[in-house]
Design a protein around this ligand. Sequence first.
Ligand SMILES: Nc1ncnc2c1ncn2[C@@H]1O[C@H](COP(=O)(O)OP(=O)(O)OP(=O)(O)O)[C@@H](O)[C@H]1O
Ligand SMILES: [Mg+2]
Length: 180
Amino acid sequence: MKELSLHILDIVQNAITAGASLVEIGIDEDLQSDTMTIVVKDNGKGMTAEVLEKVCDPYYTSRTTRRVGLGIPLLKQNAEQTGGRLQLESEPGKGTLLEAVFGHQHIDRPALGDMPGVVAMLCGANPDMDFVYRHRAGEGYYCFDTREVKEALEGLPISEAGVIRFIREMIRENLDVLNQ
Ligand SMILES: Nc1ncnc2c1ncn2[C@@H]1O[C@H](COP(=O)(O)OP(=O)(O)OP(=O)(O)O)[C@@H](O)[C@H]1O
Ligand SMILES: [Mg+2]
């Protein structure tokens, strides 16, 4: 089963392809409602209603394309297998918002995986873009924002190997605190 962080990487990849300059990733672990909600919001070129309709339908997508077009349908299927759902909102010229809800304790929920690694890699590979990663778990909350990091770097490139390592470790330490 694919880790959720890799699904998120797929979704962010769509946003990058769509020309986004800002991608906001949100993870909300709500033990009260037993849900894990993943939100990915971008300011890319968006989708027409027609494309949006096709993208949401796994059968349509998998039948009309051979290899491509499985990113969103697969995530949707995984979410629904845990009693959750996937929703997409998009408007041409405005951007796209994807929300996937998983049953948190459901046996079929994939593990979250390596979010620090995924976020650090995205930052390093796309130094001109901005990324926000918000993670809520119960009472705990952590927010990472490349706009703040870039300001603190005072001109040092975010794509520098040492900076990427630092970002990964910083996120990792903060998530560790969140999960205590
Ligand atoms: N954030 C987005 N902004 C604009 N268009 C999007 C976005 N996400 C998806 N799309 C559109 O939906 C289509 C399907 O996305 P999906 O991730 O399911 O497949 P894909 O990216 O085409 O292929 P794959 O992910 O399997 O390599 C994309 O080709 C693109 O046209
Ligand atoms: Mg894709």
